[in-house]
Design a protein around this ligand. Structure first.
Ligand code: SF4
Length: 351
């Protein structure tokens, strides 16, 4: 087993593993037993996002999408939530469960998509779209945003209900959609709305899964289903391929990660190409071991998600860090935009 010390290892003598990949089963079992013991001791529930390392997913009490996990956080009896995911996700859990202690094993785990717009930039963007005598534009934010941006938002959305949320808005109102340009393009295409303005943000992982790779993979395996996350740079290509008849339309599925899991259980195909972060493959293979799930781009790994190492998780449980705080006023405004989303259709689980 490779044992290394995390960069911000606390001043204790603990030496924690960064990865248990390839470690003997016994070592993985010992680490998992220690995590479970510490979680009981701290009255903590451990939540893991679908893009986490396999060993983190396996040791967690619950694995899923960001919003689904935040709802579990709110409903849990545990006094402490350990959120194995990126920072905005832990913030969302704190917004929905303000009375609980929310820990993230490494507070440096950010998100390039959430970081692509700040609250100040959003206020400026809104100001640019104010028209005399016209109502203010409606701000729709994907859940991959910071608490401060959510507090400036009218209604949040997930990739599952983004189209529904935008379609529910008065057609005469301008809409500012952020931060993901690919999801925004998908929404604009689906709603046919011309007064929808899209922020030019992107996730570096999803943007890296491009149409050329998707086309090559689809042509090499013409019978495979395609599961495509709408944040992917290839989502447009997938729809184009279907429209052009290169891939039968019924084989292309634009799905949130939660939608992918449902589809995985029900597919009749023997192979499926998956266009999203590679951590998702662990859940898909567990959901349906009979199917050969393959990544469109095997390099599509989110470095932020992988900052949650086995060592960071045990440290979080031992030391009660890193705690996530959202000030009360921001949390109240942000909660309102998340709750409006939940009232419109089925939000699914977010990323
Ligand atoms: S995969 Fe992209 S959107 Fe998801 S957490 Fe990582 S950087 Fe953010």
């Amino acid at each position: 087993m490779t044992v290394t010390v995390d960069a911000h290892q606390p001043s204790t003598d603990l030496v924690e593993p960064r990865s248990l990949s390839g470690a003997p089963d016994e070592a993985v079992g010992q680490w998992a037993a220690e995590v479970r013991r510490l979680a009981r001791e701290r009255d903590a529930v451990v939540l893991a996002h679908n893009y986490q390392r396999p060993e983190i997913q396996d040791v967690a009490d619950h694995t899923g999408d960001s919003l689904a996990l935040s709802r579990i956080a709110g409903a849990s009896d545990a006094s402490t939530i350990v959120f194995c995911g990126v920072h905005f996700m832990a913030e969302t859990a704190k917004i929905l469960a303000p009375e609980k202690t929310v820990l993230i094993p490494d507070a440096r785990a950010g998100c390039s998509l959430a970081d692509s717009i700040t609250a100040d930039e959003l206020r400026e963007w809104k100001a640019e779209h104010l028209r005399p005598g016209r109502p203010e534009p409606v701000v729709v934010s994907y859940v991959n945003t910071t608490a401060a941006v959510k507090a400036e938002t009218d209604v949040c959305c997930t990739s599952s209900n983004a189209v529904e949320v935008v379609a529910s808005i008065d057609p005469d109102r301008e809409v500012l959609f952020l931060p993901d340009q690919f999801l925004g393009a998908h929404v604009r295409r689906e709603t046919g709305r011309t007064n929808l303005h899209v922020w030019a943000g992107e996730c570096h992982v999803h943007a890296g899964i491009n149409g050329a790779e998707l086309t090559a993979r689809a042509q090499a395996d013409p019978d495979a289903d395609l599961f495509v996350h709408p944040e992917c740079g290839c989502a447009t290509s997938a729809l184009y391929l279907a429209g052009a008849g290169a891939v039968p339309a019924e084989q292309v599925h634009i799905l949130s990660t939660g939608g992918m899991l449902d589809a995985a259980k029900n597919t009749t195909k023997s192979s499926v190409l998956v266009a999203t972060e590679v951590g998702m493959l662990h859940q898909l293979r567990r959901a349906n071991p009979m199917v050969d799930f393959r990544p469109v781009n095997e390099r599509a790994a989110c470095g932020y998600m992988k900052m949650i190492t086995p060592g960071a998780l045990t440290r979080a449980l031992r030391e009660g860090r890193d705690e996530v705080h959202v000030d009360a006023a921001t949390a109240e405004k942000a909660r309102a935009s998340v709750q409006r989303m939940i009232e419109i259709g089925k939000p699914g689980g977010g990323e």
